[in-house]
Design a protein around this ligand. Structure first.
Ligand SMILES: C[S@@+](CC[C@H](N)C(=O)[O-])C[C@H]1O[C@@H](n2cnc3c(N)ncnc32)[C@H](O)[C@@H]1O
Length: 266
């Protein structure tokens, strides 16, 4: 861990001392898109949906304390470890990566990438609040941060993003559930050079043969036809839900062989 990272962790711990968070009773279960908690901010309690990222990111330290400390999210560190192991196995130096971090939020994944030696990282997220929070919480991690809807890139964004000549895509805790849709993932994937590294996670049930969601179809199809040459998959506990039950995700690391074709999405 670098000195900068450990300093940031100490600063975050100090922020947590003032935060008060209450979860719903454990016997109440919600879908991931419906989960909520109650938070005391500036002396007032308010209900916040876990997927209302504008609200979460607006309070310094809240996202980390809720998702990482209380709900025990392990995903950025898990993806980092898997990617690091596969890079080492293939003799690739982290410093050669030019990474696009899709659904970057306030920079948890960018921080892991920087810590492992990736020198060029660009963040992309659909909300301005995420870009502001990344700048506030982890300044200097991203060489640039684009607030874009990946499903509808305008010509300027497309040109700028393509100009970075990315050879690595990360997308952590951001696919499905009203977050990043299949078209956005495919557009980001198609910005990566052939042979580039792809590291992401997804709810394990989306990979089951019985799941008929758009993501299940897309991921199964790119793995089977080798659009994505999978090196490693690992099922693990992403976090616990507000009902305190484990939520299982699968981390996937591989190399892009070719673009995702439009017909794969239909
Ligand atoms: C759970 S957060 C994950 C943030 C970060 N990757 C992490 O692991 O801490 C999901 C992020 O995806 C972003 N997101 C949701 N839909 C998106 C979309 N269509 N395009 C880009 N980002 C999106 C949200 O704004 C949010 O910042």
């Amino acid at each position: 861990m670098t000195v900068a990272t450990s300093t940031r962790i100490e600063q975050r711990s100090a922020l947590h001392d003032d935060l008060r968070i209450a979860l719903p009773p454990a016997d109440l279960s919600f879908t991931q898109d419906e989960e909520w908690c109650v938070v005391r901010v500036n002396g007032e309690w308010r209900e916040i949906r876990l997927h209302d990222y504008d609200e979460l990111f607006s309070v310094p330290g809240l996202y980390e304390h809720l998702i990482y400390d209380i709900l025990k999210c392990d995903s950025p560190a898990r993806i980092r470890k898997l990617l690091e192991a596969e890079l080492a196995a293939s003799g690739t130096q982290a410093g050669t990566l030019r990474a696009l971090d899709l659904g970057a939020g306030n920079g948890m994944v960018g921080e892991e990438l920087a810590d492992m030696g990736v020198e060029f990282i660009v963040g992309a997220d659909i909300i301005e609040a995420a870009a502001d929070a990344a700048q506030r919480d982890r300044p200097g991690i991203y060489a640039n941060y684009h607030v874009v809807d990946m499903t509808q890139l305008n010509q300027t964004d497309r040109r700028e993003l393509a100009g970075y000549r990315f050879n690595c895509l990360t997308c952590v805790a951001a696919l499905g559930f009203g977050d990043i849709p299949t078209e956005a993932f495919a557009n980001a994937y198609n910005l990566i050079e052939p042979g580039g590294w792809i590291a992401f996670n997804i709810k394990s049930s989306f990979l089951s043969q019985n799941d008929s969601s758009e993501f299940a179809k897309l991921i199964q199809s790119v793995m089977v036809d080798k659009t994505l040459d999978v090196r490693k998959t690992q099922r693990y506990q992403h976090r616990v839900g507000t009902n305190r039950q484990p939520i299982q995700y699968t981390a996937i690391v591989g190399n892009k062989r070719r673009d995702i074709r439009e017909e794969t999405l239909t």
